[in-house]
Design a protein around this ligand. Sequence first.
Ligand SMILES: Cc1cc2nc3c(=O)[nH]c(=O)nc-3n(C[C@H](O)[C@H](O)[C@H](O)COP(=O)(O)OP(=O)(O)OC[C@H]3O[C@@H](n4cnc5c(N)ncnc54)[C@H](O)[C@@H]3O)c2cc1C
Length: 879
Amino acid sequence: MAVVPGDGWQHVGMSTTIAPSPPDTTNVDVVVVGAGFAGLYMLHRLRALGLSATVLESADDVGGTWYWNRYPGARCDIATVDYTFSFDAALEDEWTWSEKYATQPEILAYLQFFADRYDLRQDIQFSTRVDAATWDGDADLWRITTDVGTTITCRHYVMATGCLSVPKSPDIEGADRFKGAVYFTSRWPHEGVDFTGQRVGVIGTGSSGIQSIPLIAEQASELTVFQRTPNFSVPAHNGAMAEGRRAPLDDDRGAYREAARWSRGGVPRPPAAEASWQLSADEQRARFDEAWEEGELFSILSVWNDLMTNREANEILAEFIREKIRDLVDDPETAATLCPTDHPFGTKRPCLDTNYYATFNLPQVRLVDLREHPIASITETGIDTMTESLAFDAIVYATGFDAMTGALVSVDITGRDGVTLAEKWAEGPLTYLGLMTTGFPNLFMITGPGSPSVLSNMAVSIEQHVDWVADCLAQLRAADFTTIEPTETAEKGWMQHVNDCADITLYPAANSWYMGANVPGKPRVFLPYVGGVDAYRGICDEVAVREMLGFALSGPDSTQRNDGVVVRLQPDVRLVLGMMEEMDLPLIESLPVDGARAFVGQMNATRPPGPDVGEVVDGTLPGPAGDLRYRLYRPAGDGPHPLVAYFHGGGWVLGGADSDDPLCRDLCVRSDAVIVSVDYRHAPEHRFPAAADDGFAAVQWIADHAVELGGIPGQLAVAGWSAGGNVAAVVCQLARDAGGPEISGQLLLTPVTDCNLDTASYRENADGYVLTKPLMEWFWGHYADAAERTDPKASPLRADDLTDLPPAFVVTCEFDPLRDEGRAYADALAAAGVPVRQLHGRGHTHTSVTMVDVILSGAPVREEMADALRHFFAARVPA
Ligand SMILES: Cc1cc2nc3c(=O)[nH]c(=O)nc-3n(C[C@H](O)[C@H](O)[C@H](O)COP(=O)(O)OP(=O)(O)OC[C@H]3O[C@@H](n4cnc5c(N)ncnc54)[C@H](O)[C@@H]3O)c2cc1C
């Protein structure tokens, strides 16, 4: 059949549903691959849109994961009331789950029921594997070829092929030699297996191993478990769903489902409000005990809010679990082998089990630690480790999957310009939103890499993806667009965001299948999106609302290219800004000065304290108009240490010697320098040039008293944030002009360097990033008259001479009105021959780098700042 662009599109209003055209299974609007949760729901939505669709499925029935994984003990690990479709209340009325965690047969039965209820089977071709798919750019359609020799053309092509559907082949020497029975948990015989009286070896202790081992042990005469990496497992406490747990669902199902859609993991559960350090040891223990009893992944993953970002916080929980393992397992050596120590809790998917650890107390069960006794080879009769030969009647491989990308790249997908998906993803997958990839028009992935997928309740994530794709297709059709493809900028921006999210967590610390680490040769990149189901859904919605931001669309009559990056802020900065918006805080510039100071004081009181330092000393030093308070932060090790005179932020109006306490502590620890945070007189009581004069006097005093302060004479740098950066920069100029004191370097964090409020960065970031243009106008108004502002003591950028100043490290932030003046100052210093390093804080705001233990993405910036200080001082160490 000749196919021309535009064929198969029903040009109807978006809300109109029309009957599908007579089946033509060689040319359809949409081909969907896979008949699991995702493919089935996708087909249902496509039908409702009036699009013709064919699902191709290699199995001979629906079910996907739940068709293939029939091993003993196979169950879901998300409570089944949550791991279920939620788009149709009538469907929910017709199905009741029998247990907290349903078994594989029950979930398979549910998906079979689903297929029948919506009459889906007639559009599914079973026992049909898709081998290849090629984009035909002339006809704007995909040609799909299958292992049964058919070719199907379609305008849009949806890979609903699953994240965990391609079993990892055993990469063990001699695996094909074994003459006994061989089973894979992921391809279990439909008729089941009776291990009674058999000697069985199970290789692998991931989720499938942990679920199946207790049941295999009940039958086998001998069971040997081969463990390479111990995993954390929590008891499932399966049975009937607890009444209390069901109550919110029963009370208001609609609200419950909506809460799931906007939760972090796809299960409605408020995130922990407290960090581990805010809880006493008893409180930590109580929270753990409660979560252990509850037996749900998301309860144990939300005991405290820094679990997945802070190693110490994670270790507290990890050790609680190890204690449980030692209690549950009689033999101390076996218990020790079962205790995970090589990865933080949660960085590999934690398991839920029924009697897993206790199984190792049975006399017929034995654990072999493959790290101590690696497998040498599989033989005809069993398994040889480096130390012994073991004979088996059956070997069970519970060795996991080529996760997230395996099913996608195992089809030979060729996109625009003849590039295959496998080639494009050779260094790791690149997607926009985990939904599409540049160069492969009209190809959608359900729960693809770069989406929350395996980190979430996948039923919720699958529904969200399918709905987004279906809505997108409806919109394209309404606007008469026939192709859609993400732009390179959008894809690059998304991958940056995915990595930014992962980088502030502990996830990359584990050699997990999330990282592709379980498959030899697979690139090590963090595959899922860790930013949360809620954030992700909001971003996908935003893309659609902003007229398909990041997509190029084309049709017979028009094209649209809405290039751009949907998330440019660092993920934690975005989160904090969102929370601040919800708090509806007052605008500082709307408050009287006293009120503004009190408000900032209250906000500061709720901050994490920052790291411990060796000593904190409060004191005073003489200023030109009276004593000035200072707070000194001394590193823990033996002194003397280099000295840093630090000037706080606050627009010359707010703050004091201790108002940047967490930042000063952090700098002290990271740089191993004594930080002396000096107060200076504030406006409007003391206007220009009081702050600058005080700053200079303080630096002179610190230089003169270096030894008393525990410092190294001659090793004194200045540092400051915002208006404090202004003071630090001005002090350097004053010291140069006065012939001393000698300053080793100047560390300027988002400094005020000029009074011009009409720069590009002021225009771009006038509002919404905490430091606003109106607030800067308020600060300047209190500090200096218009005529005074151009004085280099207020606007150091305006100094006639910038030569012979100390080396500088200047940090500017992308979403800061002061960005351009900071850069201009750094450039001007460099032009004057001053050694300068600049750091542009991508995705950061004026305040975010200072938010120690809140904005984790600021830590690398602060590390660079500390590094700069060390360099200033290293340059001063006599040879
Ligand atoms: C043992 C196990 C337990 C799990 N428990 C949970 C849980 O409790 N909670 C949770 O959220 N998630 C769980 N998961 C993840 C689970 O995979 C998803 O929840 C969900 O079932 C995925 O549905 P899907 O339709 O996207 O993919 P799948 O169910 O994997 O279906 C994909 C289908 O595509 C077919 N296919 C793939 N490639 C091709 C091809 N080239 N040609 C034709 N057909 C193809 C496959 O045969 C398969 O049937 C579990 C996974 C496993 C393995």
